[in-house]
Design a protein around this ligand. Structure first.
Ligand SMILES: NC(=O)c1ccc[n+]([C@@H]2O[C@H](COP(=O)([O-])OP(=O)(O)OC[C@H]3O[C@@H](n4cnc5c(N)ncnc54)[C@H](O)[C@@H]3O)[C@@H](O)[C@H]2O)c1
Length: 413
């Protein structure tokens, strides 16, 4: 295989599929070999347009001799069974984001690929934005100074047609509306890219999150507006904001990395970034804005880097664990203001505040609640006091490192 192009079998020929097929026409060491979709018209149209064999049966695609790697571009709830099937067939797996609709499925995918001895990668091509690479260089070189704030925004307005066919309408299906099928709304669908990008650029990991979200202007189950504050492991703070019902244009850039000695900011689709430094560094002047333009080919670079790693027997540049970490942060982001303790199943953290009448079971701790002996000082343990057995004091609590941390004093209403 060393001198040959790696062959991709594309599973799912819907909205995002042409982005993969087009990129694979420009890649150096990987090509589209075949495609499949349970909807015949979708499989056929993509196969015919890109001149590759198509089928409606995944096992036929997996049996194709030129398929070395499968790209799974189907709804999130299908990622686990398809990954298990591909891994059992000995194929490397690239899975579209989000890696899965929930952490249990993500763990199953990681285990299936580990057991089969095949690589698992997550599709986060925005790491290859010119702006993201520039930000990474400026942070790594120290030009920006220590990162103290990260702002991530995805403020969009999705039309009614999006919820039943994506942006192109290639395949009609309403999975995007449903939490169990998609995993969630704007946070999991869009902001997951930003959250991964921030990890990749800064190397920082979020250790706490507090999030408010809701469904305000769209007839769907999933959230259409979300705001979160994060704390990173170097003490930097983060602001995350996303919407799929944001009418008009957002005034702020999508991404800002603020350091002690400067900042870089950019829009994900602008093809440019602006930097301001307090001291001249990295060939940039002090105390003025410098703008740089980029010709981005994120999917092409992503595939070439992935194929190179697979051919060399190395770990993919963006792994299944990276996909899981982005999902974990996103799940933490969903633990919103309800008097209900929906602890992250890994016990990582969960934000919580008492803004509504509590819904904890009478006289008992909520399902998954931490043991009462670990309650933060001065704060009643789960299930103690208050209406329906919930705490009646004001709080925003964070479950971290095996205990509760009190986070503030807003009064419970
Ligand atoms: N990386 C990105 O920027 C990006 C952008 C859009 C979508 N996505 C992700 O890509 C995935 C697909 O999204 P989409 O917008 O293309 O959805 P879509 O509904 O338009 O397309 C999915 C396709 O998968 C097919 N399918 C469903 N189950 C299947 C199965 N078991 N076997 C074979 N085919 C099956 C459907 O018929 C459909 O044609 C999702 O995980 C989504 O979040 C990623």
């Amino acid at each position: 295989m060393a001198d040959e192009k790696l062959g991709v079998g594309l599973i799912g020929c819907g909205d995002i599929a042409p982005t993969h097929a087009k990129a694979l026409q420009q890649t150096k060491n990987v090509k589209l070999a075949a495609c499949t979709d349970i909807v015949e018209a979708s499989a056929r149209s993509l196969g015919e347009e890109y001149g590759v064999p198509w089928t409606t049966k995944v096992d036929e695609l997996l049996a194709h001799p030129e398929v070395d790697l499968v790209t799974i571009a189907t709804p999130a709830f299908t990622h686990l069974p398809l990954t298990e099937q591909a891994a059992a067939a000995g194929k490397a797996v690239l899975c579209e984001k989000p890696i899965a609709a929930n952490l249990k499925d993500a763990d199953g995918m990681i285990a299936a690929c580990r057991n089969a001895g095949v690589p698992l990668a997550t599709c986060f091509p925005l790491r290859y934005l010119g702006a993201a690479k520039w930000a990474k260089e400026l942070i790594a070189s120290g030009a920006l100074g220590e990162v103290i704030e990260i702002r991530l925004r995805n403020m969009g307005e999705k039309q009614e047609s999006y919820w039943i066919g994506g942006f192109s309408g290639r395949t009609k299906d309403d999975w995007r509306k449903h939490k169990d099928k998609s995993g969630g709304g704007v946070v999991i669908t869009n902001l997951i890219h930003h959250l991964d990008l921030a990890r990749a650029v800064t190397g920082l990991e979020a250790v706490r999150a507090y999030c408010e979200m809701g469904t305000f202007a769209t007839p769907v189950e999933v959230e259409d507006l979300a705001v979160a504050s994060l704390r990173y492991d170097n003490e930097a703070i983060g602001l995350v904001e996303g919407s799929s019902c944001y009418v008009g244009r957002a005034a702020e850039p999508d991404v800002v990395f603020l350091g002690k000695k400067g900042q870089i900011r950019f829009g994900l689709w602008d093809g440019s970034a602006e930097v301001y430094l307090t001291e001249a560094a990295a060939g940039l002047p002090a105390k003025e804005w410098t703008k740089r333009e980029f010709q981005d080919a994120t999917h092409v670079e992503f595939y070439d880097a992935l194929a190179a790693a697979i051919k060399a027997g190395n770990t993919p540049p963006v792994t299944g664990e990276d996909g899981r970490k982005a999902l974990r942060r996103r799940r933490a982001g969903r633990s919103r203001c309800r008097c209900r303790q929906a602890a992250d199943e890994r016990g990582w953290f969960v934000g919580r505040a008492c803004l509504r009448p509590p819904i904890l079971p009478v006289g008992g701790a909520a399902k998954n609640a931490p043991p009462s002996k670990t309650a933060a000082p001065g704060i009643p343990p789960a299930g103690a006091g208050g209406r329906h057995g919930a705490p009646n004091i004001a709080q925003c609590l964070v479950w971290r490192a095996g205990r509760w941390f009190g986070e503030g004093g807003a009064r419970c209403v």
